[in-house]
Design a protein around this ligand. Structure first.
Ligand SMILES: Nc1ncnc2c1ncn2[C@@H]1O[C@H](COP(=O)(O)OP(=O)(O)O)[C@@H](O)[C@H]1O
Ligand SMILES: [Mg+2]
Length: 510
């Protein structure tokens, strides 16, 4: 088929988009043919979701042009894009957890105040829609919060597919689906394709891409590397094109002094998210944990922290021959393990309280005698940490909610340091933080390691990981796919390992 203009459903011309400190997209050109499934692939942070959101009206482009057919297309928001026939199923779940499945599917149509909802009709219609995506047994009156994550994602997809559209964007739709659910989705995609719907399909499951897409656009660092018909590509070619970026990998770690092994994880397994994970961590070491989003890094860290329970496997601490009992975070903390997650609001930061209170509250016994808080001691300690971490605050009494993301993050870290933790796990410690604050956090990690703390950093920013880690372990689809020492780091090797379990997936998963 030739690309006559009426064969083209959507065109992007020279789209650019920046966020503070990041050029997320530069000069993106894309042609989407009528009725094709077009894959967007690339490493974490390549710009896939940003492009998807611009097309779906959720972000505004800085410069460039979009066309639907041959008409100029400038969506002002999601609703506006939908009126133009463009819909998106986003990477993040957007369900309202205390509403029912049916209510979520029809959320845009629910009368807000006046008028009654005809629940009989609503539920019947929702039943049709879920049946359509193969969820025949789903109880549409069930509250969404009661569903598993895969089911929730299917509801989200069902809601997206239920409305007519010409262009459908699916951003990592199979990330939490089982094989059966994935097959249901593929059947739907085939059906939409037959109806001449054009689909943009974002996934790091290269096997899926080889199977269901017609063409593949590869993004790297916010730029298009290439667009090819899928038939001209192989899994290996795709992975090779994603890497090859010149990373000036500025090493920040020097002269690491490694001590004894303080953490040994053996064959840790939970469902299909964490599979037989084993590794060691030494005092004074920074272990980077690389991998694609959804590869099981956070899940593994949650097991070590006792936030979830492993099906099998053991954790050995501080050289002990007896597996540690870590059944909940409280026990983890007793064992001097800390977990600093990216979600600062969920991190036990009490936003309305002052910096001082936030730091001291987790360790009040150290400050109080007979129940009285020693205020001068509290003050002195806060001042110490504020200085150590160069937290930028106007006063120690400033409520934490008024601080920038980077400074909130530092307060979280101060809290943990104050508890004398020896093993500190950082999950995406610099996400959403500006460049300057990032650098300060790197220096702090370096310093903590030099003081003899054992540190794990989960990050989706490979450049960052290569700069700050003494060693990098790479997870792929729940497994540790490879480990590299710092004199052996390369983007190619790490990325190839990150994709390795997604390339030729055998149907062995439950
Ligand atoms: N809302 C945002 N604010 C600031 N930076 C962002 C935002 N969304 C994305 N970015 C940045 O833009 C780049 C591309 O991100 P994204 O499009 O999410 O990548 P992908 O989906 O390919 O993993 C990354 O560097 C990311 O950190
Ligand atoms: Mg994304």
């Amino acid at each position: 088929m030739t690309d006559s203009p009426d064969n083209i459903a959507f065109t992007a011309r020279a789209i650019c988009k920046s966020f503070p400190g990041v050029k997320a997209l530069s000069d993106i050109n894309l042609d989407l043919k009528v009725g094709e499934v077009h894959a967007l692939v690339g490493e974490n942070g390549a710009g896939k979701s940003t492009l998807a959101k611009i097309i779906a009206g959720l972000h505004q482009l800085d410069s460039g042009q979009m066309l639907i057919g041959q008409a100029s297309y400038k969506p002002l928001g999601r609703k506006n894009a939908e009126r133009n026939g463009v819909r998106i199923v986003m990477q993040e779940l957007n369900l309202v957890s205390n509403l029912s499945v049916a209510e979520n599917i029809f959320i845009e149509k629910l009368p807000s105040r006046l008028g009654f909802i005809d629940y009989k009709k609503l539920n019947a219609d929702a039943g049709d829609i879920t049946k359509n995506v193969g969820l025949a047994e789903m109880d549409v009156t069930a509250q969404v919060s009661r569903l598993g994550i895969g089911q929730q994602q299917m509801v989200e997809i069902a809601a997206g597919l239920s409305q007519k559209c010409d262009i459908l964007i699916l951003d990592e739709p199979t990330a939490s689906l089982t094989d059966t659910e994935t097959e249901l989705l593929f059947a739907q995609i085939q059906k939409l394709k037959n109806e001449q719907v054009s689909i943009i399909y974002i996934s790091h499951h290269i096997d899926e891409i080889m199977r269901i897409t017609d063409s593949v656009t590869i993004l790297r660092d916010g730029k298009v590397v290439s667009t090819n018909p899928t038939s001209e590509l192989t899994a290996e070619k795709i992975v090779n094109k994603m890497v090859g970026r010149e990373l000036e990998h500025n090493k920040l770690r020097h002269n690491a002094k490694l001590g004894e092994v303080v953490l040994r994880v053996e064959k840790l397994t939970r469902g299909k998210k964490v599979r037989n994970v084993s590794f060691e961590l030494r005092r004074g070491e920074i272990l980077g944990l690389a991998g694609l989003i959804g590869s099981g890094r956070t899940e593994t860290m949650r097991l070590i922290f006792g936030a979830d329970k492993a099906d099998t496997g053991d954790i050995y601490l501080y050289g002990s021959k007896v597996p540690a009992k870590i059944n909940n975070p409280r026990q983890a903390v007793k064992n001097r393990i800390a977990l600093v997650t990216e979600d600062r609001k969920e991190q036990g930061l009490l936003l309305p309280l002052s910096v001082t209170k936030n730091i001291s509250i987790t360790n009040l016994p150290r400050l109080s005698r007979f129940g009285w808080i020693n205020q001068s001691k509290e003050k002195a300690i806060t001042a110490d940490y504020v200085e150590k971490l160069s937290v930028r605050i106007a006063s120690p009494h400033q409520p934490v909610e008024n601080l920038s993301g980077g400074n909130q993050q530092k307060v979280v870290i101060a809290k943990w340091l104050y508890r004398d933790c020896e093993i500190i796990i950082f999950d995406e410690p610099t996400r959403g933080i500006d460049v300057g604050a990032k650098f300060e956090i790197y220096q702090m990690l370096d310093e903590l390691a030099n003081q003899g703390k054992a540190i794990i950093v989960v990050s989706s920013d490979l450049k960052e990981l290569m700069a700050i880690s003494d060693r990098i372990a790479v997870m792929s689809d729940g497994k540790i796919a490879a480990e590299f020492s710092s004199d052996n780091f390369s983007e190619e090797k790490i990325t190839a390992a990150a994709f390795s379990e997604y390339v030729n997936q055998k149907k062995e998963r439950p």
